[in-house]
Structure formats: C-alpha cells, structure tokens
Design a protein around this ligand. Structure first.
Ligand code: HEM
Ligand SMILES: Nc1nc2c(c(=O)[nH]1)N[C@H]1C(S)=C(S)[C@@H](COP(=O)(O)O)O[C@H]1N2
Ligand SMILES: [Mo]
Length: 881
C-alpha cells in the first residue's frame, strides 16, 4: 500500500483544487466551511492516505443507453453481476486492492435495486429530506441547510455488501441472490453530518427505538428502505452519517447523489442512498426490502420453505446489521503463476480483512496445511493514521482521535517460503476481531447467501516450472476458480473438505445439499412457437423471452418483478437462458410455469439457440475451441488500447491447453448482442494471435466510433462496450481459402500451388493477410514470395506495423511491404494516395502461379477488382476475403 505523498500542508494540490472547485459547485455562497486549516501544527508530519487518482466518467456507456440509467456515466472496467440493468457491479479484485486503502468512486462497488434517480447539479443544494415519526420536532431539511447549519465531518468508511463472496455459496447451491466475488467492499472518505446531530434537534420521543430510512428510488415493491436501532444512531462511537461527498467530490449518481446515509460497521444495505426520509419509530421498518433482503435465515430453510412461510422473513432475529469478520487473499491473484527459480525465496501473500460493529481485526492467520498449524500475518491499519490528525478535509473535520471504533478494512501480509508453498496444496486465510469472532472453517449456506465468510482458500497447483494459484470463484458468470473445477470433476463442495476426496473416502452423493431440478414449464402445454411469432414479442409491450428453448411471456410480471421491468424488457425476443439461470433462485424458477407460453419449434430453435453449450454435452472439453456448427462462448479477458480507436481484445478459451482451431487464412464468426437494441450482430474476424496459442485468442479490432458523421460500427462498438469477464460467442472456421504452407493453398477445397502472393489490404483488412504472411515468413523453408500493399488514411491507422516489420527484417529476399497513406504526415517518406492497379503493376510481375489476396472495406475490394482485371489479371488469380 503506497500512500500518496502529501505536500507541506498535508494535502496534495490535486485534491485541494478539486475540493475548492467542488465546494463552489455545491455550497451556497454563504460562508463555506473553513478549509484545510490545520488546528494542530504537528499534523503536518503525519501522512494520511488520500484518495487514489480518479477520472470522473463523462460518457454514458453504450450498454446503459437504452436503460433508465442512461444519465449515468460509468467505468467500463466494472464487472456486471446482473446483466445490463439494474446496475450491480464490483471491480476486478486486483484492481480494487491495488488502489489501496481508499477506492476511487468509479471503481467503488455498486448495489442498485433499481434505476438511479436523476438529480441535476444545480438542484443538489435544494434536495430535501424529512425527519419525521416519533419526534418532537419534525423537520424538513435541505442539503444547503445540512451543509451550513451543522458541524461537518469527514471519515474514512468501508462499505461492504452483505452479499460479498456470495458466488461461493451459489457454487454450493444457488441462493436467492446474484454472484458477488470478493470485491463487494470499497472504502471512501465520506463528508457530511453525524446523524446524531440531526436526530438531537428533532428530539426523538421516549418510546422510540428505530430509525427508518427511505430512498428516492422507486422499485417494484415501493421505495428502497430499511431501519437501524435508534440507540446506535445516538451513539457517537457508531459514527452514523448523512453524507454528500465521497473522496472530496459530490456523490456520484450510483452512490446516492446528492445525499445518502452511511452506516459504518454494518452491512451496506443499511446505508440508504438518495435519502429522502428519516422516520423515527417504535418498531423496525416494514419496507419490503427491509423484510425480504439482508437476512441470514437458518441454514435448513430452503428457498421453497422461505417462499411458503413468511414467518422466516419477519423474525427480527434473522435480520443482519453488524458485519461478521471476513477476509480475502488478493495476492496470489486468481490464475497467478509463481516461477520456481529460487527455492530459498519467499512469496508475500497479501489481502484484506474487515469486521463489523466497529470491532478491530485483531489477527489474521494463514495456514498451508488445511488448518493443522497457523502462522500470524502482519496487519496494517491505514484508518489509524486518521486518528492522529485533527484537520479539515474536504470541508469536514477529521475528528477521530477520541474514537476507538474501526470502520475500515485493513491489510494483512505474510511471507511464505516458496519451498513450503511448493509442498502445499492450498493457502487459507482467516481473520478474528476484538470480540474473538473468527471466520469459520465451513460455509454457512442460507437462502439469501449473505455474510459468507468461511476461511478464504486459494489452491496451489504445481505445473512445469511454476505454481499456479486459483481463487474459489470469479464473479458473475465468469468461469474459473477451484470451486467450479472441483464441481465439474464430480466433487461435492459441501463434504467438509472443499470437495476433495480424502484417502479412502467413497464418492459422496452429489444431491446432498444440492438443489433439485425445478420444472419451469406448464404441465401438458404443447404449443410450438415459430420465429415469426416470437419476433412479434420482442418489444416492451409484450415481452416474450426464451429460457432453455421454452418461451415465456413476461408481460404480466413486469410490474411485480423484483429485478424491475427493464431486465425483462431487455430480454424480449431473446434467449435469456444463461443470464436467467445465473440470477434466479429456485423460488423464481418455480414461478416460471405461470408465464410459460410454449416451446420454440425446431426451426426457431436452430435459429436462436443453435449450438451453444449443447454441442459439448459429451462433457469432455475439446482440444480445439471452434466448432463450425455451434456457437461457442469465450470470455473477454483483457482489453488493450493500441490507439484511440484500436483495441486488442484477449478472449479466454474453455481451458488453458485449448487451441483455437483456426486454419491459416480462415476466419471465424463473432456473435454479440447490440447493447441498445439487444438484436444479435454477427461479423467475421480473423484473430491476430498465433494459431497454436493455447488458452487464449486475441483479436485486433478497429472500433468505428460514433461521431458527427454517423452512428459508427454496431459490432465494433458493442465489442468495445463489453465488460471484462463477459462472454462472446464464436463459430467457425469459415472461409474459402486456407494456407497449408510452402506455397500450397486450398481454394474452395481444391489444392493449388503458388509461388508468390500479392496481398492487398486496407484498415483492419490486414488481419487475415497478416495470418498468411506470418505463416510464410515464420517458416524459413517456405520460399513463397509475398508483397503487401497496405492502404490507410493516417500513419496512426496502420495496424500491426511493428509485427509486420519484425517479419520483414532479414527476409527482404522473400517479401516487401508497401504502406500508402491518403493523409500522410509531412515527414512521411513512403507512398501517398490510394492503392491503384498501376501501383500493383509497377511493383510486381504477373505470373501464372501468383495469387492476389484482397481484404479491406467493400469499396477497396470493388475498385481493386476492376483495376486488376483491367491490368490483365484473371478472376482465378484473385481471392477476396
Ligand atoms: C416472468 C419471468 C420472471 C420471473 C418470474 C422472475 C422472478 C424473479 C424473482 C422472484 C426475483 C428475486 C430474486 C430471486 O428470487 O431469484 C428476480 C430477480 C431478478 N430478475 Fe427475474 N424473473 C423473471 C424474468 C427475468 C428476466 C427475463 C431477466 C433478465 C434476464 C430477469 C432479471 C432479474 C434480475 C437482474 C433480478 C435481480 C434484481 C436484484 O436483485 O437487484 N428476470 N426475478
Ligand atoms: N436507495 C437505495 N439505497 C441503497 C440501495 C438501493 O438499492 N437503494 N442498496 C443498498 C445496498 S444492498 C448496498 S450494499 C449499498 C451499496 O452502496 P454503493 O452502491 O454506494 O456501494 O447501498 C444500499 N443503499
Ligand atoms: Mo448490499
């Protein structure tokens, strides 16, 4: 954890600028709170962790455009846990951890039950909330008043969703909740007013016991609301806040702009965003979300039982408030590889830990032998450094010297000798808090999958000359993790040994603790549905959608749907199998027969749900990824920006040893949904990764961005908008040309030998050309000659230039590359203008055994076709990709 250096005033310039700018923006002209005055000169030497660099997203992502959140710009790195809408996301764990103690607001996890209320900057200070119910002085307070008539404080506080780490529970048995990884935790400096100060002025009556809170987000079951105990709110040690700033800037829309409650030490669900009402009562909130969310029911209560018997939900004993102790290992990362070069070395394992109710984490222990012996990790508490200063930050007093409660995550680390790691099968971490609450060894499964906190386990697998590490899961639909691996191999994750078979142990029957198949179809209903019928319902009025080949009509449930109408509308006319199955509980599935209207007929089935995973029902993962008859899913693993409009996307195949299975010269089809219209878009591409690469494939894509000249490219923008971890479908190989090597080609299945290639391309047309060119030049025995004509507009537009040059170098006897630019820079010494028939004629000789490969925009292909015929080439000598 590198803390940012501060200047002599203890506050970096950037923050100060940001602060005054923000203060101007949202504070009324009346005297602004005193800024960054150091009341204690000794403070100057104390370094407190300040927010990491931040970039406020300004553009709405394409995926959000057609949703009610189209007014909310967001960071594309966030991993979406519930499809497009509502917005529920976590950052990739490593990126979150690397940001350090404080999280930038754009990477801060988001949990939205519905659409984000829109509040314009100019309306912020006019925002009002009420303090009502059992109080002597009911009040309506504007944000302006809150900012000026009360003491302002700034506290670092971690928010943690009760669902953090829920994916692990879902792997054991699907809960009524979506799949959080271990990044449902984030920390910020919140600025605002202590809730106690507001309540004091309202004067709660004697019998009042609870404070209910309500937000401005209207949901299917009313506004979001919950309650906490009044005596906690009145306890200064508990630090309940009404906050309007986060890391010194106005709250971002997703985090409650302009005002939210921040309830430290408790599950995130109590920190109501877009706060409109504080209601003092003598009983807990009767809000739907207070009752049916944020509870840990007894483990034997199945989803079905909980649906049939409301008493489980109204029993206050099962409501959760204070967080339980929890921890995660962040290093080693998931799929990190540790080279075993130095047996005497050590690896520094690192991670986070937190607990609830203000309780300090008092130890973090690590075991390499499944809990027989433990070692003690070092712990760093960045929060403590704020206790040593008494200064104003972002217009609020950092006033923590008197307070002992801990409201933030802390960081642990421990050196583990490489030799011991090599000898071990897994690393576990567990944390304990000051009440000696310790993380349990075993998972406590419950219907909502909340507060999951068993020992965090990372497995170690020796491979070649390195150790490979695996986390338990990856968030959302992302594949990977030892839990998935163990489950696939037939292990029972609930056997008390992480699904591993012990020596001499017999196969444990799978069904124990596992969910049974729920029938989602209406009994006896036989109604074949054609593609045309379905198409009539791909709209928001009467949305039909498909799950496992069955058609459902969501119309009657639009208003009642806990996931909101938008999520059903977004699925209209589409196969929603994967998303639906990943999100919904057994209860939800049991509701489905009511909405079942029929089954896709065979033609519709092939058109819509064609292939998919069904092609692989043999169970054995194939050696190569592509299948010409079925769409296969690869997962977006990495996005690299090569230039302003060019990206290299890395996709993860089904297993680390798998090859793509694409012959040189062929392409594959990519299928994606348009994030706005949800229609399927299909285009063909040629990857740039080597055909024998294992586990991954890479595509170079020029994104046709929307500008004043047009809407841009549907497909490339959709590819660019796809978040890391999301699947994309591919099918192939396709193409009439294949290069076998040493001058041998297959054209429409007929073999032909060529002595030279003339390769003509423009823009991203270089990608198939590059595959063939590379195949020729990487083989020193291949004497086929190649000449490339690559036409582009700007110098920056030339793709793969370095890669081409590397191949060219030392092979000047076999190849040439000619770049021509229509808008060259002044110092450009190469060719200018478009590729013409004359240019080709001047640079190569026409022979019988020459083949011309052409790939580029339609216009280029058309003009070259004409020009080359004019120069005397024949159609047999031309190959258009
Ligand atoms: C008529 C058909 C549907 C029924 C009966 C239904 C039922 C439910 C139920 C009962 C829940 C609460 C959680 C649970 O018990 O699992 C839920 C949540 C949800 N549903 Fe559906 N659902 C339907 C269609 C869909 C579709 C087509 C989608 C989109 C693919 C969708 C997306 C969601 C989302 C995102 C949530 C979670 C919201 C949150 O927790 O923030 N649902 N649904
Ligand atoms: N009004 C409102 N407040 C809300 C929610 C919501 O959906 N609406 N979600 C809650 C939940 S469950 C959590 S974990 C936190 C998440 O806060 P964040 O999105 O700022 O991280 O907000 C809480 N407050
Ligand atoms: Mo939450």
């Amino acid at each position: 954890m590198e803390d940012r250096k501060t200047d002599s005033q203890g506050i970096p310039e950037r923050i100060e600028e940001l602060d005054t700018q923000r203060t101007k923006e949202i504070l009324p002209p009346s005297p602004p709170p005193t800024d960054d005055n150091l009341s204690n000169p000794d403070d100057e030497t104390i370094e407190i962790p300040l927010p990491p660099p931040t970039t406020i997203p300004t553009q709405t992502l394409d995926v959000d455009l057609k949703t009610p959140d189209s007014h909310v710009p967001r960071d594309p790195r966030l991993i979406r846990l519930t499809g497009v809408h509502p917005f529920n996301v976590e950052a990739p764990l490593t990126e979150l951890f690397n940001e350090g103690f404080l999280t930038s607001p754009e990477l801060f996890y988001v949990r939205n039950h519905g659409a984000v209320p829109q509040v314009k900057d100019e309306d912020i200070t006019d925002w009002e909330f009420t303090v009502e119910g059992q109080v002597e002085n009911p009040m309506t307070i504007s944000l302006r008043q809150l900012m000026t008539e009360y003491d302002q404080v700034t506290y670092p506080i971690s928010l943690i969703c009760a669902g953090n780490r829920r994916k692990e529970q879902n792997m054991v048995r699907k809960t009524k909740g979506f799949s959080w990884g271990a990044a449902g935790v984030s920390t910020a400096l919140f600025t605002g007013v202590v809730m106690l100060d507001v309540l004091k002025r309202a004067k709660p009556r004697r019998r009042a016991k609870y404070v209910c809170m309500e937000g401005a987000d209207k949901l299917p079951n009313g506004y979001y609301g919950t309650s906490v105990k009044l005596n906690w709110a009145l306890d200064p040690n508990r630090g309940f806040m009404l906050a309007y700033k986060m890391n010194g800037e106005t709250l971002r829309p997703d985090h409650g702009k302009p005002l939210r409650a921040v309830i430290p030490g408790q599950i995130g669900g109590r920190s109501v965003k877009w706060l409109k009402r504080l209601i003092v009562t003598d009983s807990p909130s009767d809000n739907w979300y207070h009752i049916y969310d944020n509870r840990v029911l007894p483990t034997m209560v199945s989803p079905e039982e909980s649906a049939n018997n409301p008493k489980w939900w109204t029993d206050e004993r099962y409501a959760i408030y204070d967080l339980n102790p929890n921890s995660a290992i962040c290093y080693p990362q998931h799929e990190e590889k540790l080279r075993l070069t130095d047996a005497s070395g050590a690896y520094k394992a690192r991670g986070y830990a937190y607990s609830g109710g203000g309780r300090r984490i008092t130890r973090v222990e690590v075991t390499l032998d499944k809990g027989k012996t433990w070692r003690l990790a070092d712990i760093e508490y960045p929060e403590d450094r704020y206790r040593q200063v008494d200064r104003n930050l972002f217009g609020g007093q950092v006033d923590m010297s008197w307070r002992e409660t801990c409201f933030c995550w802390c960081f642990w680390s421990i050196d583990l000798p490489t030799s011991e790691l090599s000898a071990s099968k897994d690393i576990f971490a567990r944390a304990m808090d000051e009440s000696m609450n310790v993380q349990p060894r075993d998972m406590y499964w419950s219907v909502l999958g909340m507060m999951n906190n068993p020992w965090f386990r990372v497995t170690i697998t020796p491979e070649a000359d390195y150790l490979r590490f695996e986390h338990p899961t990856q968030p959302a639909l992302m594949p990977g993790g030892w839990m998935e691996r163990v489950k696939k191999a037939g292990g029972n994750l609930a056997n008390g040994f992480w699904g591993e078979k012990l020596d001499g142990e017999k196969e444990v029957p799978q069904e124990e603790g596992q969910s049974k198949e729920i029938s989602m179809v209406k009994e006896g209903l036989k109604n074949p549905i054609t593609i045309d019928e379905l198409r009539k319902h791909d709209n928001e009025e009467k949305p039909w959608f498909i799950v496992k080949g069955e058609v459902y009509d969501g119309t009657a449930f639009l208003d009642g749907h806990p996931g909101g109408a938008q999520s059903i509308i977004s699925a209209a006319g589409l196969d929603a199998t994967e998303e639906f199955m990943a999100i919904h509980s057994e209860t939800a599935k049991a509701m489905m027969p009511k909405y079942h209207v029929g089954s896709l007929d065979d033609a519709a089935k092939t058109a819509l749900t064609e292939g998919g995973s069904e092609a692989d029902q043999s169970g054995k993962p194939s050696e190569t990824f592509l299948n010409p008859k079925a769409w296969k899913k690869a997962v977006l693993h990495e996005k690299k920006t090569v230039s302003w409009d060019t990206r290299i996307f890395t996709y993860k195949l089904e297993h680390p040893q798998q090859r793509l299975g694409l012959p040189v010269g062929q392409h594959l089809m990519v299928r994606l949904r348009d994030p706005a219209t949800r229609e399927a878009i299909i285009r063909s591409y040629t990857p740039i990764s080597e055909i024998n690469d294992q586990g991954y494939m890479q595509m170079l894509v020029k994104v046709y961005l929307a500008d004043d000249r047009g809407k841009g490219g549907k497909m490339t923008q959709a590819m660019d908008a796809l978040p890391i971890g999301h699947p994309i479908e591919m099918k192939g190989p396709i193409g009439k040309f294949e290069y076998l090597g040493n001058g041998d080609c297959l054209i429409q299945g007929k073999q032909r030998h060529v002595k030279s290639f003339v390769m003509i391309c423009g823009g991203s047309g270089i990608t198939p050309i590059y595959q063939v060119f590379r195949a020729v030049l990487q083989n020193p025995n291949d004497r086929t000659r190649c000449i490339i004509f690559d036409g582009n507009r700007l110098y920056e537009d030339i793709l793969c230039k370095e890669e081409l040059d590397v191949l060219w170098k030392g092979n000047e006897d076999r190849c040439r590359i000619l770049h021509t630019l229509t808008k060259p820079p002044d110092d450009w010494t190469g060719l200018r203008g478009r590729i013409t028939g004359q240019l080709v004629q001047d640079n190569c000789t026409q022979t019988e055994d020459t083949l011309v490969l052409i790939c580029g925009p339609g216009a280029l292909e058309k003009t070259m076709h004409k020009a080359l015929l004019q120069q005397g080439w024949s159609d047999e000598q031309l190959m258009f990709f």
